[in-house]
Design a protein. Structure first.
Length: 168
């Protein structure tokens, strides 16, 4: 709960950062507080796990990465504050999460998706070793772009693919 103000001022209210998210920019710090409470509730229910991303250089909060697992598959999502874009933080965070998830016995695949127009996120997934799987038509609403479901790109890496890449 101590990160509410930093989250709000760093990215949750930023319309450019939230452009491709499934939530609208926060208009008040109270919205960010509710978001953090929801994250804690989901964590406690073991439904979804949200992690803060910090800069190694200065320990500043720069974003979040979340994981939701289902029957051996882990779905990953991430957001990085605009001032930290194009520095490799998203890729490094996704790679660290993939490493962590494949260290768990029951995870056999890590997946992520992005809006078809979110080229930066697609590049992050590819740099993290994930492979493009398919286009998901009318998959999810990104309310900052449209009230209609939008096409998304699905990326994935299996534990076997991950281990082969690591052994090279």
């Amino acid at each position: 709960m101590g990160d509410i103000y930093v989250l709000f001022t760093t990215y949750t209210q930023d319309s450019e950062v939230t452009r491709f998210t499934t939530w609208k920019p926060h208009v008040s710090i109270e919205e960010t507080k509710s978001f953090i409470k929801m994250c804690i509730e989901k964590w406690n229910k073991k439904d979804e796990f949200n992690y803060i991303i910090e800069s190694k250089e200065n320990k500043r909060l720069i974003g979040m990465i979340k994981v939701k697992t289902d029957q051996g598959k882990a779905n990953v999502g991430y957001v990085i504050a605009r001032q930290y874009w194009n520095n490799g933080y998203a890729t490094e965070s996704v790679l660290a999460m993939i490493d962590t998830l494949f260290g768990l016995e029951d995870i056999t695949e890590v997946r992520a998706f992005c809006d078809v127009q979110n080229n930066a996120s697609a590049k992050v997934m590819a740099k993290a070793g994930m492979n493009f799987v398919k286009n998901l038509p009318n998959y999810i609403i990104h309310p900052n772009l449209s009230n209609d479901k939008r096409d998304c790109l699905l990326y994935s890496i299996t534990k076997d693919e991950y281990e082969k890449k690591r052994s090279r």
